[in-house]
Design a protein around this ligand. Sequence first.
Ligand code: NDP
Length: 284
Amino acid sequence: MATDISILGLGLMGSALAGTLLKAGHRVTVWNRSAAKAEPLAAQGAAVAATAAEAVLASPLVIVCVLDYAATRQLLDGADLAGRTVLNLTNGRPAEARETAAWVTGLGGDYLDGGIMAVPQMIGAPGALILYSGSPAAFDRHEPALTALAEPRYLGEDPGLAPLYDLAMLTGMYGQFAGFLSAAALIASERRSVAEFTESLLVPWLHAMAAITPPMGTQIDAADHATDVANLEVNRVALANLETTFREQGVRPDLLLPLKAIVDRRVAGGHGAEDLSALVEELR
Ligand code: NDP
């Protein structure tokens, strides 16, 4: 069913959101601080609001996708939010989401926060995911329209949950990139092809290792770190070999050293027989 949706912020992501909602047949009103970015969307049928406040008035669902929460607050300041749902798809922190939710609800609006797990080119295509949290009634009301953007995943009423999960997913991603970049530097130290190593060996290995993380998650939930896979003492020796090899190859082990330090600390604390999952106890 076609609905009225306003989009504030037409950077790379906001423009992709607006274009996708237009293609899905929704009536879209757009606003951007630099007006020129609205022109391609106007050509696709979007209505262009002269001010952010005017864009807010145009639709019951107001999507904001700008640089940060400070910009979100700045552009919504003075707008009539009563009876509207503000969906903030701007990247930020759980505390900022909770503060913004309290501010919007104090003005009579409903608040949803969202974490976009996709790049602009993926919006509207299979594989895109958006995490949501905040008002359950607002999510139920708008979910049919939001499905056009990406698979929606609602996490709960606490508005901080979407940014928390978003940042946790980015944490996993940066950890993977840290491992990839270190491995690449090691392979490159012998002038071997990083591309070939990555495609034929590293990626299948990472897939296999990713498959053992859900059981590790179960162990972490249960605080049960017994292992029949590999104990921390074995991992301690492997990481010591890694550090020495990196140095012998003239490669900096910097991205691995924090992990090695935590393994060393846990083993020194008498927990060498535990699973790698036990490191989470050192982090909290
Ligand atoms: P862009 O840099 O392309 O666009 C930034 C947008 O923010 C522009 O519309 C800009 O307006 C606006 N803006 C910045 N400061 C202000 C302000 N003070 N007042 C009003 N508007 C302001 O960024 P993206 O579109 O890539 O990212 C937008 C959000 O989406 C970010 O929070 C990002 O983390 C998130 N995101 C982006 C992804 C991506 O792959 N690009 C992936 C997942 C999330 P102007 O045009 O006038 O400068």
